[in-house]
Design a protein around this ligand. Structure first.
Ligand SMILES: C[S@@+](CC[C@H](N)C(=O)[O-])C[C@H]1O[C@@H](n2cnc3c(N)ncnc32)[C@H](O)[C@@H]1O
Length: 385
């Protein structure tokens, strides 16, 4: 019997700092997530829920199936526990077995040894179950992770394949693009809702406006790509059902007020290509424009942006001057909320205002701060005392 027919423990990996956002997404999808430590959030479900999580989650990195957990203070202990998993219920005879190891705060820390011992244990279990001396490993790849934390090993099977930030619309890389999952998390952490105006004045290849449009139109972020689990041996074919659900949830009639500007015409051209591929070209306004000329006649909008941050993109001193000028522009748009992600530690000083809230987030491996500036509440929404 294949494990994919029964109840599964599902683990969702999230970048550090956005676990709570992923947890909220899981709740909205109707699941009961537990814990959110070390970038991992778990919930129980079926194989269909694995596919739903891959298709619908906007801010998670990947989705895995938990195959087992065990104490692993010695290599013998690790070998026995990995070998005891019923691999024949998970992997076909010709599976290409890829094992990745992780370790933190544990006695076993040599990643190469954890990886090779775990792989030996899987092979030995499969040889015994299938009565063959040599496994061809010529078929579908299966990515298994053995992650040891505080001497507890968790053995998981990756179901996503490419990371979930790969939505399928980005084909060309711009200058320092933002991960799609992070852009989506920034929007979720902001006060922006689809009925409010949104501007990204430094939009580059368009990630923030495109992610906002996908959210606004309720287009599932994984609709236009496939996932590793779709080719798992013995797994039920549920993608069609999930795809139909995603299609029914799209709200094409929503009127959005989303704009992306950039001073670089090549960046805007790229953003337009990406928007086209994402199916939202008609829902966002993209234009070559210098941030210095930014203004809006619309009230109570939201700026969510990722300005240039370092020497790779600009000369010394230019970034600081740009932040100062951006601060002056935002001051004039005083009923707008402003959200900025940058790895430049002096941002607040140059922008000229302390943020109401700062949150540490990561763009890939790069540590950044997410500065949040809230606009004053409108007069009529304040309670008169
Ligand atoms: C860090 S990149 C933004 C990347 C973007 N979030 C993405 O996902 O592709 C910063 C962008 O700011 C743009 N930029 C620099 N100075 C500008 C200015 N004065 N006005 C508008 N855009 C500017 C650059 O051309 C660059 O595309």
């Amino acid at each position: 019997m294949s494990i994919f027919d029964g109840q599964l423990k599902i683990e969702v990996a999230a970048a550090s700092g956005i676990e709570a956002v992923v947890k909220r997404e899981l709740l909205t999808l109707g699941y009961t997530p537990s814990g959110a430590s070390y970038g991992r959030i778990c919930f129980d479900g079926t194989f269909k829920d694995v596919v739903r999580a891959n298709v619908f989650l906007r801010t998670a990195n990947r989705v895995r199936i938990v195959l087992g957990t065990c104490h692993a203070e010695s290599f013998d202990e690790l070998f026995d526990s990995v070998q005891s998993i019923r691999w024949q219920d998970i992997l076909p005879k010709d599976a290409r077995i890829i094992v990745e190891a992780k370790s933190q705060k544990s006695k076993l820390f040599a990643l190469r040894s954890i990886q090779s011992i775990s792989k030996k244990a899987i092979i030995s279990s499969m040889q015994r179950a299938y009565h063959i001396a040599e496994l061809p490993e010529s078929g579908t790849p299966y990515n298994i992770e053995v992650s040891i934390t505080d001497d507890i090993a968790t053995i998981t099977l990756d179901t996503s394949g490419d990371g979930l930030h790969k939505r399928g619309y980005r084909t060309y890389l711009g200058d320092a693009p933002l991960r799609e999952t992070l852009a989506s998390a920034m929007l979720s952490l902001s006060v922006w809702k689809p009925d409010r105006p949104l501007i990204d004045p430094f939009c580059g290849s368009g990630t923030i406006p495109i992610e906002a449009a996908l959210m606004g139109l309720n287009i599932a972020s994984g609709m236009n790509r496939s996932f590793a689990c779709e080719s798992f041996y013995g797994a039920p074919s549920v993608r069609g059902e999930v795809q139909q659900e995603a299609e029914q949830l799209i709200r094409r009639d929503v009127q959005l007020q989303i704009s992306g500007f950039d001073i670089n015409p090549d960046a805007i051209q790229l953003a337009m290509k990406h928007a086209e591929r994402a199916g939202v070209a008609h829902n966002i306004h993209l234009q070559v424009a210098d941030m210095h000329n930014l203004s809006s006649h619309r009230p109570r909008g939201v700026i969510v942006t990722n300005p240039p941050y370092g020497e790779r993109l600009m000369q010394n001193g230019e970034v600081e001057a740009l932040y100062r000028d951006f601060g002056a522009v935002c001051k004039k748009m005083n009923d707008w909320c402003v959200y900025v992600i940058t790895s430049h530690v002096g941002f607040e000083k140059h922008f000229g205002k302390r943020a109401d809230k700062v949150r540490k987030l990561y763009n890939s491996q790069l540590e950044c701060n997410f500065y949040q500036y809230l606009a004053p509440l409108p007069q009529d929404s304040r309670k008169k005392i």
